[in-house]
Design a protein around this ligand. Structure first.
Ligand code: CP
Ligand code: NVA
Length: 311
């Protein structure tokens, strides 16, 4: 079914219904096929996109920039050192100015509140390319990758192992519970996701059939079709490094942990960038179960899809 998403922002996947997520994933598959066939049609011709970055990025920046540019659009990269983003000018004022000049805005940075203000004041679609709290465009690519591997989302079991309250884990909780993917967080108790967010996911799961579980036991990976991890120390939390290493060492994704799923077909996923030897061993990320490069590529197709649907 087609949905009219024109003008909509993507700040978290809470903003989108399961049917709307399905719609975006269907467009993603189409644009991936088009690109493979060399069939690019200039659908962003005459359009402009502002790319605001307070934090570094490889995949997200390149996905937005190439997806928009190859369809004839004009993306403008603006780091926090280039513009008055909250320095000398309020976010609200910057948002209103950018909204007069651009057709859409992507923001990556620290406070989730900043991306909310951009959306409220700019009057154009705003995409959250990662905040301290959420990373929704990542999860669209993850769902696409899971579906490519298993031919379905419903009933697939995904276990996130590691920092269970970071932006990626939070967003997976939302995305999986909305689409019927069984989701288990395997993390030390001090890094469990917020209770409220888990309650939200459980509610979504009642409708989609997704089972949501949070455990500190590594045995939680049993039966998982997907083992997913992320860095132990996210951007902006560098001062936590020592404590995180100690807390998360037992949660490293290695051959032993992969074997604990009890399934030979389990795949490994990671949003990247990865610190090999910390959250995942070289053997696992470079081994046959790893799907991380497909996952990275799918960032581009899913980001193109969300822009096509909303601009
Ligand atoms: N996965 C991801 O968001 O990567 P970047 O930080 O390189 O954009
Ligand atoms: N949790 C990581 C994700 C990077 C894409 C971070 O915020 O640094």
């Amino acid at each position: 079914m087609a949905f009219n998403l024109k003008g909509r922002s993507l700040l978290t996947l809470m903003d989108y219904s399961p049917e709307e997520i399905r719609f975006i994933l269907d467009i993603s598959r189409q644009v991936k096929e088009e690109r493979k066939a060399g069939n690019i049609t200039g659908r962003f011709a005459g359009k402009t996109l502002a790319l605001l970055f307070e934090k570094r990025s490889t995949r997200t920046r390149c996905a937005f920039e190439t997806a928009f540019g190859e369809e004839g659009g004009y993306p403008v990269f603006l780091s926090k050192d280039d513009i008055q983003l909250g320095a000398k000018e309020t976010i609200e004022d910057t948002a209103r100015v950018l909204g007069r000049m651009f057709d859409a805005i992507q923001f990556r940075g620290f406070k989730h509140e900043t991306v909310e203000k951009l959306a409220e004041y700019s009057g154009v679609p705003v995409y959250n390319g990662l905040t301290d709290r959420f990373h929704p465009t990542q999860i669209l690519a993850d769902l696409m990758t899971v579906e490519e591997n298993f031919g379905r989302l419903k009933g697939v079991k995904l276990a996130f192992v590691g920092d269970g309250r970071n932006n990626v884990a939070n967003s997976l909780l939302i995305g999986c519970s909305k689409t019927g993917v069984d989701f288990t967080v395997v993390a030390p108790e001090s890094l469990f996701p917020d209770r409220e967010l888990v309650a939200y996911a459980e509610e979504q799961g009642k409708k989609s059939g997704s089972r949501v579980e949070v455990t500190s036991s590594i045995e939680g990976v049993k039966g998982a079709d997907v083992i997913y991890t992320d860095v132990w120390v996210s951007m902006g939390e560098e001062d936590r490094q020592k404590e995180r290493y100690k807390l998360l060492k037992p949660y490293q994704v290695n051959d032993d942990l992969m074997a604990k799923t009890g399934k030979s077909e389990t795949i490994f996923m990671h949003c990247l960038p990865a610190v090999k030897g910390n959250e995942v061993t070289f053997e696992v990320i470079e081994g046959p179960a790893s799907r991380v490069w497909d996952e990275a590529e799918n960032r581009k197709h899913t980001i193109k899809a969300i822009m096509l649907a909303t601009i």
